[in-house]
Ligand binder design. Structure first.
Ligand SMILES: CC(=O)N[C@H]1[C@@H](OP(=O)(O)OP(=O)(O)OC[C@H]2O[C@@H](n3ccc(=O)[nH]c3=O)[C@H](O)[C@@H]2O)O[C@H](CO)[C@@H](O)[C@@H]1O
Ligand SMILES: C=C(OP(=O)(O)O)C(=O)O
Length: 429
């Protein structure tokens, strides 16, 4: 059970030992959705046990998928037949990734009715590029009562040039074109790690997708996909969060289960700040921020391989503790700022002229705070670890969406963190 009870963090601990990053939430979700394209069983290793994963499994169960856990992070999915092509509001509104069910349903059944998506609420998150790509390949798409209804009347063919780089839009369009007889070309496609991992998974089942990891992706439709087994990549956002936490607490930490190449934008900023990072082997990093002064830095988020927007709030929290002036701009989601007002409760000095955070770093103090989305929650956890005194963080359901057994795993590396035991016991009843 995932508990939505507040967590208490006593600041001032140092992290130590080894932290094993979880498998990637944002890679696992589209791969689970992509499994819908095969009638055969699919076994996926590296599925984190998170609220978002349970949400997508609930959605897929409603479409005819049967699943069972074969191990702590191993999932078998089987969709011999679709029993519905409707993804309802109650579940789709919980998270963004559910919208790419539209591509899978269009591919497998030629019809999809999917509610407008939800997800973290940090400004506008339109889906116009998804819809334009579907239409460009020949789908009919209507909007009715908060739902998109898409139909394939003929084989999908054609091309689309994305007007902006979009992870979900690229995934949705690829999924729609996998089963069929035509060829679809996507230009200005996202090269994000989560797109690449989904394409590798699909190709391992027999899909014919060329150009993975480049801005031009060509999908040759195939009649069917076979079953198979696949391992999802590690979570670069969780690993980044922990590297940042190590710096915020001036600690030494080893983070395992990482792909260092996926983390470069973050690690190079941390090195610029004065942290020492060593690549111990191809999947282990060691970070040491125990000695010397940390320097403020400026950063701007952009699409992969740039600095990830999903790490911006955590990095802003760290910079709020580093003396000097840092400037942070989120070009992907300029309004991703829900952490700011909460960090101010902890004493942070952050001004936000025109969506740019101007951060004057200083020692923070503990306070009661509330997470309003996943990474804002992670930012508050980072700030609370570095602050003096006790912080109580509410809105833990958002952390549960993105971080597996966070309290327990943070305790294991030395963080003084608790979830109220009385409330925990009551929630278990
Ligand atoms: C479940 C999941 O994997 N979510 C991630 C995914 O979200 P998601 O796939 O929704 O993000 P996108 O890459 O699509 O969004 C990038 C930018 O494009 C804009 N846009 C997107 C689609 C569209 O049709 N029109 C449009 O204008 C968005 O508002 C945003 O400004 O990538 C984001 C950017 O790395 C991450 O923050 C999210 O954590
Ligand atoms: C923003 C995120 O998820 P979603 O796109 O589902 O809101 C996230 O994982 O940080």
């Amino acid at each position: 059970m995932l508990l939505d009870t507040p967590i208490t963090i006593f600041g001032g601990s140092h992290l130590s030992g080894e932290f094993k990053a979880q498998p990637s939430k944002n890679a696992a979700l589209p791969i689970i959705v992509a499994s819908l394209l095969s009638k055969e069983p699919v076994v996926l290793h590296g599925i984190p046990r998170l609220a978002d994963i349970y949400t997508i499994l609930e959605l897929m169960t409603g479409l005819g998928t049967k699943y069972r856990w074969l191990g702590p992070n191993t999932l078998e999915l089987h969709t011999p037949e679709l029993t519905s092509t409707v993804a309802p509001y109650a579940l789709v509104s919980k998270m963004r990734a559910s919208f790419i069910l539209m591509g899978s349903l269009l591919s497998r059944a030629g019809h999809a009715e999917v509610s407008m998506p939800g997800g973290c609420a940090f400004g506008q998150r339109p889906v116009d590029q998804h819809i334009k790509a579907f239409r460009a390949m020949g789908a009919e798409v209507d909007e009715e009562g908060g739902n998109f209804i898409a139909t394939r009347t003929d084989t999908f063919n054609g091309s689309y040039v994305f007007e902006i780089l979009t992870v979900g839009g690229t995934q949705n369009a690829i999924l729609a074109a996998v089963l069929g007889e035509g060829t679809v070309i996507l230009d200005n496609a996202s090269i994000d790690t989560d797109v690449v991992d989904m394409v590798r998974f699909l190709n391992s089942l027999g899909a014919q997708i060329e150009g993975v990891g480049t801005n031009t992706i060509v999908i040759h439709g195939v009649k069917e996909l076979r079953g198979g087994e696949y391992t999802v990549i590690p979570d670069r956002i969780e690993a980044s969060t922990m590297l940042i936490a190590a710096v915020a607490t001036r600690s030494q930490l080893t983070v395992t289960n990482v792909i260092p190449g996926h983390l470069r934008a973050v690690t190079s900023k941390l090195v610029e700040m004065g942290a020492h990072i060593l690549e111990l082997d191809h999947n282990t990093l060691s970070i040491d921020a125990r000695h010397g002064e940390l320097r403020p830095v400026n950063l701007t988020t952009s699409e992969f391989p740039g600095f990830p927007t999903d790490v911006q709030p955590q990095m802003s929290a760290l910079l709020a503790t580093v003396p000097g002036t840092s400037i942070v701009m989120d070009k992907v989601y300029p309004e991703r700022l829900t952490h700011v007002v909460e960090l101010r409760r902890m004493g942070a000095n952050i001004e936000v002229p025109e969506h740019t955070q101007v951060i004057q770093g200083k020692k923070l103090h503990g306070a009661p705070v509330r997470a309003a989305d996943i990474r804002a929650g992670a930012a508050l956890v980072v700030a609370a670890m570095a602050a003096e005194g006790k912080s109580v963080i509410d809105g833990v359901r958002f952390l549960n969406r993105g971080y597996e057994r966070l309290t327990e795993r943070l305790q294991a590396v030395g963080v003084h963190i608790e979830q109220n035991q009385q409330l925990v016991a009551a929630a278990m009843d």
